[in-house]
Design a protein around this ligand. Structure first.
Ligand code: GDP
Length: 313
């Protein structure tokens, strides 16, 4: 991938696509192509075909997806399955038809079976039942992986798949119900601090364990693998370190500066008990994360404050 090659980042308005765009710009890539969802509806096969035929990108980062936390995944099950299936099918097929040199498909750690051995190895895929709360999203992402593999097998396309762990960072979604745990807690602790509330509610039991990767680290890994990895097998992207939701809540509380108590709401689902990535393959390929959780949380909270102020002004 040369600095003037034409690179399409699908989903550049999202946290991940935005981070990939920033990373490419920092490294000196000058020919980036992007479209907002208003400009290009990725669910329309005709629109996607026309876009690829006109723009003829040489490289594609497929970071467009309908995403959300445990509640959103469990509630909008049809949208999470249909939108994600059709977007990835349209893009992968058009990329092949238009001679894209290389495509990277971004999946998720939820593709692995609910009770797969921890840490999650790449070869655990399709070895057992999925976590029910995010099964539609996981099925769509598994289909995307299989599309990349099939286009490689049948047509020789250089399409690769990477599986990020739980992500957070600049430009995250802070919706109170539909977001993931980390941005949800940033908002909730911040609002509790502002209003002088005595406690903050955390969903579930607090015992599930999760791993968190800063989105800019993910973007650096994606560009690194785009440059250095050409194989069919997926690659996990994470830190290889996890903590309980209770420990996460304590850390967010400290970063935000809230001094009250935590209350656990057991009427909300815990989801999968643990989701830690085995990152030995990624490390062997020569990449390791650089932003630790506390530092990433400080940056994410600063970003939240900046955007929050803009909304209230
Ligand atoms: P998951 O990794 O797919 O389960 O996605 P989430 O980030 O939505 O949830 C991770 C864990 O955090 C689950 O055990 C949730 O029950 C827990 N959690 C605690 N408080 C919250 C919250 O306010 N929002 C969300 N989304 N999850 C929460």
């Amino acid at each position: 991938m040369q600095l003037n090659d034409k690179i399409y980042i699908a989903g550049h308005r999202g946290m991940v696509g935005g981070a990939i765009s920033r990373r490419l710009q920092t490294l000196g890539y000058t020919n980036l192509v992007t479209r907002s969802s208003a400009e290009l509806d990725l669910r329309s096969q005709a629109a996607v075909n026309e876009f690829f035929a006109t723009e003829k990108p040489e490289y594609v980062f497929l970071a467009a997806a309908k995403v959300g936390g445990i509640h959103a995944n469990n509630t909008y099950r049809a949208e999470f399955l249909y939108d994600n299936l059709i977007m990835e099918a349209n893009i992968i097929h058009a990329a092949w038809q238009n001679g894209v040199k290389k495509l990277m498909f971004l999946g998720s750690s939820c593709i692995y079976p609910k009770l797969a051995p921890q840490p999650l190895r790449e070869d655990s895929l399709l070895t057992g039942p999925l976590e029910p709360t995010n099964e539609p999203y996981a099925i769509a992402k598994i289909a995307g992986i299989k599309l990349c593999e099939a286009y490689r097998d049948q047509y020789g396309a250089n399409f690769i798949s990477v599986m990020p762990t739980n992500l957070y960072g600049i430009g995250d979604n802070y919706h109170p119900e539909n977001s993931h745990v980390l941005p949800a807690l940033i908002r909730r602790f911040h609002e509790a601090k502002e209003s002088g509330a005595s406690n903050v509610t955390v969903w579930g039991s607090g015992t599930p364990k999760r791993e968190f990767l800063f989105a800019d680290d993910l973007a650096a890994a994606c560009v690194y693998l785009m440059l250095h990895y050409d194989e069919k097998e997926l690659v996990n992207i994470g830190t290889g370190e996890d903590l309980t939701i209770r420990e996460l809540a304590e850390t967010v509380k400290e970063v935000v500066g809230f001094t009250g108590e935590l209350v656990f709401d057991s009427s909300k689902p815990d989801g999968t008990p643990r989701k830690l990535m085995d990152v030995s393959k990624l490390h062997k390929l020569g990449w390791k994360h650089s932003v630790e959780l506390k530092e990433g949380l400080e940056q994410a909270y600063a970003d939240f404050l900046q955007k929050n102020q803009m909304v209230t002004l």
